[in-house]
Structures are given as structure tokens and as C-alpha cells.
Design a protein around this ligand. Structure first.
Ligand code: CA
Length: 226
């Protein structure tokens, strides 16, 4: 197995130094960045296995960095926070923070938490994807390829079903129209994004206007903002 890479985004040099040397001694490859924008760019470049992200960063803060990193590619994130109370905010935001450590912390404690997050995410990846997904009052039955409302099938076209399954498979994740064209229609090039819009409109007519959310300037998502 190749060495796992951890990105540490933190502007306090002493913390970065202590955390990085501890992680390297544990056998991780470590890359560091000191601002929000640099952290996002670094994650896009090295595709880390986990990100340690400070809340307070120059450029933009850890929350915004986390959103951008997760939009690019989902990755476990462990937040560094200044106060315990911030953890509640993190959870409430639903931005995909997997754990947090409150400053001051020992590098040993942080490393233990990193191992725990990596174990948890490895386990989650092994679990089979659920075959039934609850969507408000409806249930999407992926194995049976049908949508049920109070046990009665809601008629959907195969494409509508594929579109819904793609969005529902990653709740809160914003998909661009081009991504959806590639995933659902398997059009790598040349597809019209208007196709996506009209199928979303059809889903809204059948499921209710608020099931699929428009993400302005980007595309569509299902479920709460990630
Ligand atoms: Ca900081």
C-alpha cells in the first residue's frame, strides 16, 4: 500500500512544524499550506487521504476551504478549533468535517484522532451502499429501480431515475450540469446542459419543487447544503 498523504492547512508555523514532524514519524507523507486558498490548491494537486484544517486562516477561513476542498473531491477533514463551542457550529454546518481537535492539543492526540478517522472512513467505504434512500415522503429503491410514495410506485422514466439516484447517492453534494451529463447520460462532450434542466424540471413536477435544489452558478443538489 502506498504511503498515505496528509495535508495540513494552518498558518501558525509552530503548530505546523510539530504536527508535520509527528505525522512523518508515523509514516505519513505530509504537505502543508498556510492560507485557505493555498490549502485548497494543494489538496487539488496532491489528492490527500486526509486534511487537517485550521478554522482561522488567512485568505478565507477553514469553513470555506473545507467547502471548496469537498466540492473538488470528498476527503476526510479533521478541524483544528480554538474553542469547544466551535465544534457545534461545524457539525451544524454539515460541511463534512469528520472530527475536530480543540487547541491546545498534543501532536500525539491529533495523530490518534487521525488514525481513528482513517479507520472509520475505510470501514465506511467497505460497507455496501444502501439500496433504499429516504427522500422526504418518498423512498428511492435502487435495487428495484423505482420510487415509492406510501408504498405506491411513482412513475419515473429511466433517465429521471438515474438522475435522481445520482443526486441522492451523494446528498448535499452540488453537481454541475456537465458532471450530470457525464454521469447520467454518459456524454463526455457535446451534451446540452438544457437536457439536465428539463429532466430536473420533470423530477420537480413529480416529486415536489423542493426535492432537487438549484445551486446558483453551478448546477443541482439533493438534500441540505453540504
Ligand atoms: Ca490559524
Amino acid at each position: 500500500m502506498s504511503r498515505r498523504t496528509i495535508v495540513v492547512v494552518e498558518d501558525e508555523a509552530t503548530i505546523v512544524g510539530a504536527v508535520a514532524s509527528r505525522l512523518r514519524s508515523e509514516g505519513f507523507a505530509v504537505e502543508t499550506a498556510a492560507t485557505g486558498p493555498d490549502g485548497v490548491a494543494l489538496c487539488a494537486r496532491v489528492a490527500p487521504d486526509l486534511v487537517v484544517l485550521d478554522w482561522m486562516l488567512p485568505g478565507f477561513d477553514g469553513i470555506e476551504a473545507c467547502r471548496r476542498i469537498q466540492a473538488e473531491r470528498p476527503v476526510p477533514v479533521l478541524f483544528l478549533t480554538a474553542r469547544d463551542a466551535e465544534a457545534d457550529v461545524l457539525v451544524g454546518l454539515g460541511i463534512g468535517a469528520d472530527d475536530y481537535v480543540t487547541k491546545p492539543f498534543s501532536p500525539r492526540e491529533l495523530v490518534a484522532r487521525i488514525h481513528a478517522v482513517l479507520r472509520r472512513t475505510a470501514r465506511a467505504a467497505e460497507e455496501p451502499a444502501p439500496s433504499r434512500i429516504a427522500l422526504g415522503r418518498d423512498v428511492l429503491d435502487l435495487d428495484g429501480r423505482r420510487l415509492l410514495r406510501d408504498g405506491v410506485e411513482v412513475p419515473l422514466t429511466p433517465t429521471e431515475l438515474d438522475l435522481l439516484a445520482t443526486l441522492a447517492g451523494r446528498p448535499g453534494r452540488a453537481f454541475s450540469r456537465d458532471e450530470l451529463l457525464a454521469e447520467v447520460w454518459e456524454w463526455r462532450t457535446g451534451g446540452s446542459t438544457r437536457t439536465v434542466d428539463s429532466h430536473v424540471a420533470a423530477l420537480r413536477r413529480k416529486l415536489g419543487a423542493d426535492v432537487v435544489r438549484t445551486v446558483p452558478g453551478h448546477g443541482y443538489a439533493l438534500g441540505d447544503r453540504a
